[in-house]
Design a protein around this ligand. Structure first.
Ligand SMILES: NC(=O)c1ccc[n+]([C@@H]2O[C@H](COP(=O)([O-])OP(=O)(O)OC[C@H]3O[C@@H](n4cnc5c(N)ncnc54)[C@H](O)[C@@H]3O)[C@@H](O)[C@H]2O)c1
Ligand SMILES: N[C@H](CO)Cc1c[nH]c[nH+]1
Ligand SMILES: [Zn+2]
Length: 451
């Protein structure tokens, strides 16, 4: 069901050994998907509504009537939401909002010299588009994860899109609509993956050949949200036209564990993320052969009892999943750092200490009572996290994702005069004398004496 990779005896100190090339990885990556989705983005950009309808028919088997979800449908979905599910979403929102508010940084001001200050203003994006996956499962919890930090950051306008669903008349899944309504988001579209990303990045006129002043969807400044590999590739392609959050593609879980781990928990957590997608990755890194064997036994026992047995089996037996055997936890730490998992669980003695030494992971889950599923729904952390090794340079979605920092430079005459000589010297050193002259011009002949 799950393959083994034996890295014992292959310490990181061996010349040229690169663990990132040895850990399990999906054979199809975002870069390969980029070329596949490029024509779709161009098509939505040029044919607008017509292209959105065509892709809904091709990919989601839906004849779209409403691309923009009517307000009445949003309100009805919220009224129909099961009270227990609503209570769970309200608690999830409360916890994430508390964490997001604590993350909100304040503006700062530094008095660099007397009469010269540089301050940093944190400015939220004006308009954001969030994508909620709906091809495999309706990820209504992702509505919370995308929208709450945007609202805490102070984003004025949040638009949301999710896959059209055949069984719901072409609208996104009702639970997705209900959570949008719960959070006060009333601009929601039925558009899947690549088509949704294109709509947000370029905007879409209201009809075929419509006047640009009548837009179905105005372009956004920033696109956030997870999705399958094609959706992630579309985000990579529109980056520059708009900002994007991290590349949050097919789900990954890595678990660093020793003999103290409970194999039933480890197996359950590997299965939980394999449930997302046939290309989801579940990786166990351990120095314990006994644990490896026990987890294999648990997988054989637990997987057949799952609802999505086919999907899970395919994910666990794919090239992207595996049990990696290492000499010890030190080597294990090097391996999980090289892998840079979206989610990393630590099931070891002194788990908190090992967690403190991890450099690369989207989010870290410490000990047996902090499973990834808790973070997926109700920990207060965000579940939109970087995948495909991007955790070595990117962070999960947060309030910070929706803010940009602007430096405000405010010097008076004396403070500029004081530093004018340095500006001129640096401009001359770069053979850009007009830069120096722009300062000199302000001081006329009296400028000769500046520093
Ligand atoms: N990293 C994270 O933070 C995170 C969070 C949640 C989910 N996920 C991942 O998101 C993925 C969700 O899967 P999904 O299928 O619901 O994603 P999705 O919604 O991004 O893609 C499905 C949609 O894409 C469109 N589509 C279908 N075939 C296509 C094609 N060939 N080319 C272009 N577009 C096509 C359709 O409109 C379909 O509804 C899973 O892999 C899951 O693991 C990741
Ligand atoms: N584990 C997914 C990626 O972090 C998020 C999710 C949504 N619903 C359930 N799980
Ligand atoms: Zn999940």
């Amino acid at each position: 069901m799950i393959r083994r990779i034996d890295l014992r005896g292959r310490a990181a100190t061996s010349a040229g050994l690169d663990y990132s090339a040895l850990v399990p990885r999906a054979p199809f990556d975002v870069e390969a998907a980029v070329e596949a989705v490029r024509p779709t983005l161009a098509d939505v950009r040029h044919r607008g509504v017509e292209a959105l309808r065509d892709y809904a028919a091709r990919w989601d088997d839906v004849e779209l009537t409403d691309i923009r979800v009517p307000k009445a449908a949003l309100e009805q979905s919220l009224r129909d939401l099961d009270p227990d599910v609503r209570a769970a979403f309200e608690e999830s929102i409360r916890r994430l909002r508390a964490v997001s508010e604590a993350e909100l940084e304040r503006d700062s001001e530094v008095r660099v010299v007397p009469g010269g200050t540089v301050s940093q203003r944190l400015v939220p994006f004006r308009r954001v588009g969030v994508y909620i996956p709906g091809g495999v499962a309706p990820l209504a919890s992702s509505v919370v994860m995308n929208v709450v930090p945007a609202q805490v950051a102070g984003v004025e306008s949040v638009a949301l899109a999710s896959s059209p669903q055949k069984e719901f008349g072409g609208l996104p899944h009702p639970t997705v609509l209900a959570v949008a309504a719960l959070l006060g988001v009333d601009e929601v579209y039925a558009a899947g993956g690549v088509a949704a990303v294109a709509m947000f990045a370029y905007g879409v006129p209201a009809g075929v050949g419509a006047d640009d002043s009548r837009l179905l969807c105005r372009p956004v400044d920033f696109v956030a949200g997870p999705g399958r590999i094609t959706t992630t590739a579309a985000k990579r392609l529109v980056k520059g036209t708009v900002g994007i959050d991290s590349e949050a593609g097919p789900t990954e879980i890595a678990i660093l564990a020793d003999d103290s781990a409970d194999p039933a928990y480890v197996a359950a957590d590997l299965i939980s993320q394999a449930e997302h997608d046939t290309v989801a990755a579940s990786v166990l890194v351990t120095p314990s052969e006994d644990l490896a064997a026990a987890v294999e036994g648990e997988l054989a026992h637990q997987v057949p009892a799952t609802k999505h047995v086919q999907r899970i089996t395919e994910a666990l037996s794919g090239e992207q999943s595996g049990i990696v055997l290492v000499d010890d936890l030190e080597q294990g730490l090097a391996v999980v750092d090289a892998y840079a998992a979206e989610h990393l669980e630590i099931h070891t003695e002194n788990a908190r200490e090992w967690a403190g030494r991890v450099r690369n992971a989207g989010a870290i889950f410490v000990g047996p009572w902090s499973p990834v599923s808790l973070g997926d729904y109700c920990a207060g952390s965000n579940h939109v996290l970087p995948t495909g090794g991007c955790a070595c340079h990117s962070s999960g979605l947060s309030v910070r994702s929706y803010l940009k920092a602007v430096h405000v430079v405010d010097y008076d005459q004396a403070a500029l005069r004081d530093v004018a000589g340095h500006v001129t010297a640096l401009a001359e050193a770069e053979d850009l004398p007009a830069h120096g002259q722009a300062v000199r011009a302000r001081f006329g002949s009296a400028s000769d004496g500046y520093a």
